[in-house]
Write a protein that binds this ligand. Structure first.
Ligand code: MD3
Ligand code: FE
Length: 208
């Protein structure tokens, strides 16, 4: 367990290989039923990452349009996985963990070219922590400060199976994914095109 900043907890290898493979299989099912899309931002830019949302139909990245009808439900087992993650990060009696009831999951897929620029996650109507699970290829995760999108920041490698939880004073830190290392995910997960999947569990507090 590492805490690179207060409230930001990194637990490498939180998921074993079998759990990772099962999550990848489940992502394949979700994506079969609601294809991933490149979201278009209000300024017109198309994100290189492809994503699909489960649960509460809220608007990440200030999407120009909501995900529309047909958002699949957030399974209870995934809610519980998120709650276990928050408990492992903060301790099960910590109020950040006790109050964590995720209502939405965002699944992001990065091919070898994809990246995500430095940003803050401010679209949720809740300051609850965000739980992140990484699958597949290793990436550079750039974890910045709450004031500017520039330095100081820390570059941290996220590998398949890693858990990262961002809460408390780190909840509104700038962050991004400048690079994915192709071919680092290994064959065990059955991601035949490679790439990286990131699942974030969030309490959006949204309306519907
Ligand atoms: C740090 N996704 O979807 S997850 C995003 O790997 C996003 O796909 C990245 O940033 C990804 O918004 C990073 C880790 C993450 C999520 C939320 C955060 C890091 C965070 C909120 C505050 C600080
Ligand atoms: Fe983010």
């Amino acid at each position: 367990r590492q805490e690179p900043a207060p409230g930001a907890v990194h637990i490498p290898d939180w998921l074993d290989t079998e759990q990772q493979a099962q999550l990848v299989t489940q992502c394949r099912v979700w994506v079969r039923d609601s294809p991933m899309r490149h979201q278009v931002m209000p300024g017109g830019g198309r994100m290189s990452v492809q994503s699909v949302m489960l649960g509460r139909n809220w608007r990440p990245y200030r999407y120009g349009a909501s995900a529309g009808p047909g958002v699949q439900e957030l399974p209870e087992w995934l809610v519980h996985m998120g709650q276990r993650a928050a408990a492992d990060a903060y301790g099960e009696l910590n109020e950040l963990a006790l109050n964590f009831e995720p209502d939405s999951a965002l699944i992001n897929y990065y091919d070898s070219q994809a990246h995500m620029g430095m940003h803050q996650d401010k679209d949720e109507y809740s300051a609850a922590p965000i739980v992140s699970l990484s699958l597949g290829d290793t990436c550079v995760f750039r974890f910045g400060n709450t004031e500017t999108r520039t330095a100081p920041y820390q570059d941290i490698e996220l590998r398949s199976g890693d858990l990262f939880v961002f809460g408390g004073p780190s909840r509104y830190a700038f962050h991004g994914v400048p690079k994915v290392y192709p071919g680092t995910g290994g064959p065990q997960l059955g991601m035949k095109h490679g790439g990286r999947l990131n699942i974030t569990l969030r309490m959006t507090g949204g309306q519907g």
